[in-house]
Each structure stands twice: as C-alpha cells, then as structure tokens.
Design a protein around this ligand. Structure first.
Ligand code: TRP
Ligand code: ZN
Length: 497
C-alpha cells in the first residue's frame, strides 16, 4: 500500500475494503472447466477428488435412479464455490456436514456454494442426494445413457458420468470408488473392480463393487440387467469376472469364446506390458444395439455386435491393452489420445503376429500403402487430432504406424523396454504425448523430436522410411492385406456408430 496516495476517495475505498471480512476477497469460484482445450467445460477447477462413494437404487422398469454420492476431495485454491458435472435432479448438497446452496448451470454444471468459503488445502466431504430418470436428460443435445430391455448401461467416452453420478469429469482427476447398487431381486448390477458380498432384503438385492486403484470418471461403468456371471483367475492369480446378458441370442457363444480367453490374453500382454496393474479383470456383454467396445477399468464393455461374425479376440486384446495404456496410465488432456489408441491398436498388431496372421511390419506397410498421399487420412495428426477427430481411424491406424516407426528407429531392444517401462513409470497417473517422447528418448538414448513430428504431428503422409522403402513404396494393390486385417477392422465400430 502506498501511503502517499491517500486521498479522500482512496480513504473511502480503503474503509469499504475493511468492511469486507479480511479474507473474503481471496476466495474465488472454482472454474467451470478443468482447462482442457478440447472440452472447455469438462471437469472443474479448484478441487481434487480422491474417492467417490456411490449409494444407488435403480428400477429397470421405469429407469428411475436414486442416489447419494459422497465425494472425498481437497480444495486446491481458496473457494467461494465450486462446480460438479451432473445432469440428474439434486435435492440436497452438504459440504463438510453443512447444507450448501446449489444450482444447475450451463450444459452440465452443478454449482455448489458452501455455507462458508473453503480455504486451499481443506479436506472436503461433499454429499449429494439426487434422483431422476437418466434417459430423460441430455447435454449438448445428446445422451450416452443406454437403456436395454432389462436395464441400462453407463459406458461411453469421453462422456458417461453426467447421467449417474456427480463428478469432476476429467481423466486428470482420478479417484478410487465404492459403487453400491440396489436392484430388484433377479437383476444384477455390474461395475468396476471386485464384488463385495451381496445381500437381499424386501425384494431388492445389493451389489457393492470396489475399485481400490485410481480410476478416471469415463472408465467408471455401471450395467444393470440380467447377466450370467463367470469367474476364474489368471496364471498370476488375478480374479476374472465376466458377465453376459442372458439375451445375447446367436452372439452368446462367440462372445463367451472370446471373453473367456481374458486370462490367457492378460498373461500374454503381461509379457509385453509388465505386471497387470489392477486387482480384478474381465468384461461384460450387455444386450445393447451399440457397436463399440470400451476399456472401462477392470471390467471392459463389449457390444454384442463385436461378436456378430464369430469370435473376436482382437477386440479383447485392444481393450485389455488399454488397462495399461489408458487406464493405469491415463492421458493428461484429451489431445493425448494417441497414448491410448495408438498402443491399444499396436497390441492388436502384436497379437496378429502371435497368431500367425500378419506381422506388425506387414500391418504397418499395409496401412501406409492403403492411403495415398492425398487421402484425408494423413491430414489427421494423431499427436493432437482435435476434438472432432479424436477417435478418427487415423488416431488408431496412423497412431500404430507411428509406434512401428518408433520401433524401427530405436531397435527392438529399446522399443520393448519402452513398451514395458512406460506403464510402470507412470502407473496410476497421467501422462502426455510429450512425456512419452521424453521417456522414449531417455530409454533409447536417441533424440526423437523429428520422428515424433513426422509421424504424429505433420498433417501429411510421411516419406517412406528408408529402411522399409522396399515394401512401403508399393501401391495398395501390391501390398497384400494381412490375414488379421478384417478382424482388427471389426473393432472400429465406434466409427460406424
Ligand atoms: N476407446 C474405445 C476403444 O478404443 C473407442 C471409443 C471411442 C468409444 N469413443 C467412444 C467407445 C465412445 C464408446 C463410446 O475401444
Ligand atoms: Zn481403444
């Protein structure tokens, strides 16, 4: 404060300031978005969640969901209020025991104003009581809550949580979960992690699932319906839980013949990616009409359509590879999607080679040769594709081609050390494409800026790499389609809707 500047006007201003409690001016609202340029309103600023405890009751006949969410968090700035991302109808919010004011705003914000401002570093216990019919809610004109004849499913990317629990909806704020769901007797609830003992009372059965490792909101899944559940163990003793809708019709046998190889595939992936990072694994196949699969943590979501043409182990490999690349090591921002999809696709290429259906180099050559230089495919930059191209086929295929280019540049020994070392280096955390480059440079001892720029960031077809020009210079007609191609392409259903 500069004393010399005191004037009557300044004195008035100073006394006005004094009238405000000394610290109030330091307390600001948390931002309505966490700062992801692809999705400015996803996630929120000002706090960090460590745990979600969800107590839910769901009625399949009417799609009514009732819930109490208890969120454990910490203020990361002095907060006058903060947002959660949520669409259902809220009846009460409490922060550290006291009732808080709340209001819906924007497309999916729930603004919470605590009775007292929250100092940076304060531990928070936020309780949200809510109810609603998720299928009646939308944001930006869409809904990702899927009804099925016997229940409903929450599994989508990047948006899935808004329809069933309030959250800080961004992968950069991961947390552990307890998901407890009451459903009518005879119906099951499937979620992530391990199942605690079930109990039944007055016609309702309780299913409680526990995820004890950090998990991104979009990887948190809920499936309610009538399932046949199978259990097993991998060679390393990881419990396997798979669930099949009782209504899969002629896709039932192929779905089981694929998912029941989960243990074998986890064992095989462990050889390339290292120790499996979670305490449970498996997947579920509900009776939806969707086409895609999603790497929901420890409990993969598979659409029945993935098994319409018979078994599909390639999609199982893709989603299980994500448990290391995407789930344990999550992206920092949605622009880093190559860390997820480039590597999950590359795992499918390794599986193709393992099954004698085409080597990774043959698959890379085929991708390279099948897109002419003027193909829009090459305008997509897998290293930062933009929100509209986040799941473009180029993120997968050009993305895996970039992985093969890295392998050819650093050699097999360094490449496989990187592939296995990365999930350990950033286990249960978040990392970016830039972090990956730095790690690959550290392990290989080679500068890789030019390689990453060419294969991931230039909006044009890279020149044929010298070492492989003999094969990649051929036209698509001259490069034979690897035997695994169709099976791998069948996992692309997200693009077909
Ligand atoms: N990440 C999913 C996969 O690779 C694909 C995907 C992209 C997806 N967008 C989605 C799945 C939206 C469900 C909904 O398998
Ligand atoms: Zn994927």
């Amino acid at each position: 404060m500069h004393r010399r500047l005191i004037t009557p006007g300044a004195l008035a201003a100073a006394s006005l300031l004094l009238a405000i409690p000394a610290s109030a001016a330091d307390y600001q609202p948390g931002a309505p978005g966490i700062g992801d340029p692809y999705y400015p309103y996803y996630g929120n600023g000002g706090y960090d969640v460590s745990h979600y405890d969800l107590r839910l009751k769901y009625q399949p006949a009417t799609d009514e969901l009732e819930g109490t969410a208890t969120i454990r968090a910490k203020a990361t700035q002095n907060l006058s209020r903060f947002d959660l991302d949520f669409l259902l109808d809220v009846s009460e919010v409490r922060v550290n025991g006291a009732k808080a004011a709340f209001a819906a705003s924007g497309q999916h914000e729930l603004e919470v104003t605590p009775a007292n401002p929250l100092r940076k570093g304060t531990p928070l216990t936020i309780v949200v009581r809510y109810s609603g019919v998720p299928s009646s809610k939308s944001a930006y004109g869409f809904s990702t809550w899927h009804r099925t004849p016997d229940g409903a499913i929450a599994a989508d990317e990047p948006e899935a949580a808004w329809w069933w629990f309030p959250s800080n909806d961004h992968p950069s704020d991961k947390a552990t979960y307890d998901v407890s769901v009451d459903v009518p007797d005879g119906t099951q609830a499937i979620s992530n992690g391990t199942l605690q003992p079930t109990s039944s009372k007055h016609g309702w059965t309780n299913y409680t699932w526990r995820q004890n490792k950090p998990q991104a909101t979009y990887l948190t899944t809920l499936a309610i319906g009538k399932f046949d559940v199978t259990t097993g163990k991998t060679s390393n003793g990881v419990p396997i839980i798979n669930a099949y809708s009782k209504d899969l019709g002629d896709k039932d046998k192929a779905a089981r013949a694929s998912l029941e190889r989960t243990g074998e595939i986890v064992d095989w992936l462990t050889g390339y990616l290292g120790h499996y990072p979670f305490n449970s694994v498996g997947g579920y196949v509900p009776n939806t009409t969707t086409g895609y699969a999603l790497e929901t943590q420890t409990r993969v979501y598979y659409s029945p359509r993935q098994f319409a043409n018979g078994t599909n182990t390639s999609v199982v490999v893709h989603e299980l590879a994500h448990q290391w690349y995407g789930d344990s090591v999550s992206l920092k921002g949605w622009k880093d999607i190559w860390i997820n999809e480039g590597f999950a696709r590359y795992a499918q290429w390794l599986w193709s080679e393992h099954e004698g259906k085409g080597t990774t180099q043959e698959l890379a050559d085929y991708v390279y040769a099948s897109h002419a230089a003027d193909d829009a495919f090459w305008t997509v930059r897998p290293g930062d594709p933009g929100p509209d191209n986040q799941f473009d086929i180029a993120v997968y295929d050009r993305g895996a081609l970039a992985v093969q280019a890295l392998r050819n540049e650093v050699g097999d020994q360094a490449f496989f050390a990187i592939l296995k070392g990365w999930p350990k280096e950033h286990a249960y955390g978040n990392a970016s494409v830039a972090d990956f480059r730095a790690y690959a440079e550290k392990v290989s001892g080679k500068p890789l800026a030019a390689l990453f720029d060419t294969w991931l960031f230039q909006p044009s077809k890279p020149a044929a790499p010298a070492a492989h020009s003999a094969s990649v210079a051929k036209t698509s007609a001259a490069v034979a389609q690897p035997k695994s191609w169709e099976e791998i392409a069948a996992t692309n259903d997200v693009h077909g809707g």
